[in-house]
Design a protein around this ligand. Structure first.
Ligand code: FES
Ligand code: FE2
Length: 381
């Protein structure tokens, strides 16, 4: 799991100014809340006084109040009130907690978990069709006992469709089945490919009516990653009919992931078709989930030697190289240490304010030693 990327912390409609929301991301806890002006804030969940959980507290005006002794923290993470000091009491200078940049987009609250300066930050995954005429968007949330990396790699895997999704392939019954060579694309923050595959007729009458797909057809589809956790999939059931799926995945910890699927379609766009499209997405996601929840090991192995790669796995191999590059920058969390220390040490992801101010109470999350990356790579060769 990597710092210095944007992560979806929740759906906009679920974050209110009535009560804070506690969210675990990257193995650590955060509190997300909306202030009186409607602005959303995200802080490290750990109260710097005695370690209370801010997410279990209350919203007081524009602050979140710790449930233990009532200290109040504003959206910038500064403590504004220590009730035990009495009226007018001045909170200690070190009484501040990490606050993370927040942006609401595509119906989601995105938070930047890292300390990178604004100008250098990777962007939130773009959805160019969102809000444009002729496209209909829906959003769905999935929670799985899955390593997020396994899930991203599944999206980058053109060879599973034939066997996992009866709607996308022939369950191994097609004697001509093969995956054509992948033309791997590079983007600023990811990799992916577009590929052609043979698919059976669409089973759903209404969907079929929308596409004219009564027979087997050659369908083009492709997937691209964005950052370590997000991916965009474009499916063209007919040349002019498009389904574009944007999956904002948030690792809860190293074995649990949550994903927010923003699905856009340019056919059967009437709202009464939303449920049909969402049910179809649920079925497909469930088929993937049934495979991914039983992977052994559940977490992606650290070297490629513990698995076998064939040409259809080319995009997965490229994605792993890109992750290694971010690990070499020192952005990979040492989650084993976080888990081992969980009872004894509170950690926080360093926020941008740590670049300029010293004296933070909570330890920064331990990172994987990036000097190891070269040796890990060599071991894989
Ligand atoms: S632990 Fe939060 S106010 Fe004391
Ligand atoms: Fe799949």
């Amino acid at each position: 799991m990597f710092i210095n990327f944007w992560y979806a912390a929740g759906r906009s409609e679920d974050i209110t100014n009535e009560a804070p929301t506690k969210v675990r991301m990257l193995g650590l806890d955060f509190v997300v809340f909306r202030d009186s002006s409607g602005q959303v804030h995200c802080l490290s969940d750990t109260c710097v006084h005695r370690g209370g959980s801010l997410g279990n507290g209350k919203i007081k005006g524009d602050c979140v109040q710790c449930p233990y002794h009532g200290w109040e923290f504003d959206g910038e993470g500064a403590c504004q009130k220590v009730p035990s000091l009495g009226p007018g009491g001045k909170p200690p200078a070190r009484a501040r907690t990490d606050a993370y940049p927040v942006e609401e987009k595509y119906g989601l609250v995105h938070v930047f978990l890292g300390d990178m300066a604004e100008a250098d930050r990777p962007p939130i995954m773009d959805i160019p069709e969102y809000g444009t005429e002729g496209w209909r968007a829906t959003i769905q949330q999935y929670d799985w006992v899955i390593d997020y990396q396994r899930s991203v790699e599944n999206a980058l895997d053109p060879a599973h469709n034939e066997f996992v999704h009866p709607t996308h392939g022939f369950s191994g019954a097609d004697p001509d089945y093969h995956v054509p060579p992948l033309n791997i694309d590079e983007t600023d923050w990811g990799t992916g490919f577009l590929v052609e595959y043979k698919a059976p007729p669409l089973a759903d009458d209404k969907m079929r009516e929308g596409t004219g797909r009564e027979k087997n057809a050659v369908v083009t589809a492709g997937t691209w990653t964005h950052g370590p956790t997000c991916n965009a999939t474009r499916i063209n059931p007919m040349p002019d009919k498009h389904i574009h799926q944007y999956s904002f995945k948030t690792p809860v910890d190293d074995t649990h992931s949550r994903s927010y699927l923003v699905n856009l379609r340019n056919f059967v766009i009437e709202p009464e078709n939303d449920a049909r499209m969402m049910t179809r997405n649920d079925v497909v996601a469930g088929q993937d989930g049934e495979i991914l929840e039983y992977m052994n090991p559940l977490v992606t192995p650290p070297t490629n030697t513990k698995e076998i790669f064939v040409p259809a796995d080319g995009a997965i191999a490229r994605y792993r190289e890109i992750l290694k590059g971010w690990e070499a920058k020192g952005w990979k969390i040492d989650i084993d240490k976080v888990e081992a220390d969980r009872k004894k040490v509170a950690y926080a992801i360093p926020s941008p304010a740590r670049r300029n101010a010293k004296g933070w109470v909570i330890d920064p999350v331990p990172m994987v030693d990036s000097s190891n990356v070269e040796s890990v790579k060599q071991a894989a060769e």
